[in-house]
Ligand binder design. Sequence first.
Ligand code: SF4
Ligand code: SF4
Ligand code: FES
Length: 298
Amino acid sequence: MSSEGAVAPATRPAGASAAPENVTLRLWRGDASGGAWVDYVIEYLGGEVVLDVVHRVQAEQAPDLAVRWNCKAGKCGSCSAEVNGKPRLMCMTRMSTLDLGEPITISPMRSNPVIRDLVTDVSFHFAVARRIPAFHPGPREADGTYRMAQVDVERVQEFRKCIECFLCQNVCHVIRDHEENKPAFAGPRFFARLAELEMHPLDTLDRRELISRELGVGLCNITKCCTEVCPEGIHITDNAIIPLKERVVDARYDPIAWLGRKIRRRPSPTPASVTAALSPAGASGEVISTDPAPRATP
Ligand code: SF4
Ligand code: SF4
Ligand code: FES
């Protein structure tokens, strides 16, 4: 977890009064057919994160409350919700950073269909993931190894910190208020994944046509809202989206790059190459170590 993604320092908002005896959690309760806000007044214990208090509400007052979580450590990405209207990880949001004198609203992620209460359907994101051809390395070196420079390891490592919380997808206005854009727009999480693959020196596929024509990088107008909410501190816009836009433009309009591609013949993904890339032998998607020791064949 980066320092940017760590639990925010336990400071109270300016002007906030002393810790109250009780706090009010205003939870959205309902399902796909509709719902409403319900207030739960509960003792304030101090030292808790929002997820702790939601769990106490569930244990003491609303045993049928649906809430998704796993690690309670900012690593599984499953407790995403909107806290006071902002996409947050509930397990990494300290109560002490909120204005406890007002009801704390907690609602499900708006860009996902609601299943029940705070639990949403994230299948759109995994459907996008399946459209992206996996890491597809070329042949190994003569000694059976793969090698890459440390600077390249570090460049792609930033994107591999993603915990798939989809907070960035939720805040992106291209799909947040425009369900109709989803088929044509991958979203910031997947631009980070695509940047990871496209910048990997050992990968042999060229996904630029896919990125441009099917996954809609051009619809992003670099507002950086995704970067601001990323709990892992990934610089999605500056380090992934803008370089992808540049690569797409290079592919279309730079005659030298065009000539270079003709000579190098780096292939665009075809159904056969995608199948090969997704096969167990080519689907690791891993950052390959610079360790020169031969690796067991996957
Ligand atoms: S920078 Fe692009 S991808 Fe990120 S939130 Fe804004 S429009 Fe969406
Ligand atoms: S890029 Fe950041 S905000 Fe988006 S899914 Fe990954 S960890 Fe979450
Ligand atoms: S419970 Fe895993 S990230 Fe919050």
